[in-house]
Design a protein around this ligand. Structure first.
Ligand SMILES: [Zn+2]
Length: 287
């Protein structure tokens, strides 16, 4: 018997990033057919997080951008100001109740919500009773600032939670039935998460495949440290998800954040995504 979890997708704010950066080597004439950019060439994204419960633990996967942003940054990224703390409040969950936080990696739109500003304007942990899990490589790269981006591993997202970090090296079972494993490419230490609910396996894919429009092999982000490695990671993920009928939760998809994967019988490298309209239906009846 594997442990089953009940879960819910939480929307921790919307933001926008440059469409060209989001689609890497894919020409604008192709990606702009899929998603329409605004007048500043930005496309709409969400920070999707998951809240998991098993009766004993409350686990958060991902934390979004958080709210510690200057007005100029809010405008650059069109942040709507909503945070993971707003989303948890709507679920009547006290941040102090969260016992584990899993982050796929530590870029600002994933780790920013780990901390918030207190009354004195200091960045403090948002989940003080939680163990926070990332890959060891990811933490080391983050504190060393190893990235092609100069403003993504920010110290006020990281330093206040340093003592809470539990660094994972490779695949690991975090709690019964809740596993992480490395799928690298977006960063060297990027990990994904999977667990089971009553209807089967759910995978949180992080930035391996941020939106439904990134399903094509070449549709990797300009933000990826290793685009070819991410392409391989995505193929591995899609193959397993199709073979085992997983639901995949997409971290930045604004419209259909949970999907199933269909393999193309005529082409081993092609997959179609089907939106799952009520992804938690099997686990919501007991709540
Ligand atoms: Zn991201």
């Amino acid at each position: 018997m594997t442990a089953t979890w009940s879960w819910k997708l939480l929307k921790a704010g919307s933001f926008r990033l440059d469409g060209g950066s989001m689609f890497g080597v894919v020409p604008k004439v192709l990606w702009s057919r899929l998603v329409e950019p605004d007048e500043l060439n930005r496309i709409p994204l969400h920070a999707n997080c998951l809240l998991l419960e098993d009766g004993e633990h409350k686990v958060l996967i991902e934390t979004g951008c958080g709210g510690k942003w200057a007005e100029k940054d809010r405008q650059i990224f069109a942040m709507d100001g909503r945070t993971i703390l707003d989303a948890l409040r709507e679920e009547d969950v006290d941040p102090n109740e969260i016992t584990r936080v899993i982050v796929t990696h530590l870029h600002f739109d994933h780790a920013g919500g780990l901390t918030h500003l207190d009354a004195n304007g200091n960045a403090v942990s948002s989940f003080p009773n939680a163990k926070i899990l990332s890959q060891k490589t990811e933490w080391e790269d983050a504190v060393a600032g190893r990235s092609t981006m100069s403003r993504t591993y920010l110290r006020d997202h990281l330093d206040p939670v340093q003592k809470q970090m539990r660094l994972v090296d490779g695949e690991a079972e975090i709690l019964p039935g809740l596993r992480v494993w490395p799928l690298t490419g977006h960063t060297w230490g990027h990990q994904v998460v999977r667990f089971a609910d009553e209807a089967g396996t759910v995978c949180f894919a992080g930035d391996v495949m941020p939106t439904v429009h990134h399903v094509g092999a070449a549709f990797s982000m300009g933000y990826d440290m290793l685009p070819h490695a991410n392409m391989q990671s995505k193929l591995t993920l899609l193959r397993q998800a199709a073979a085992e009928n997983w639901r995949i939760a997409l971290d930045h998809e604004p419209e259909t954040p949970v999907v199933r994967v269909q393999a193309d019988p005529a082409d081993a490298g092609r997959f179609a995504l089907e939106p799952v309209s009520d992804p938690t239906i099997a686990s919501s009846s007991d709540r």
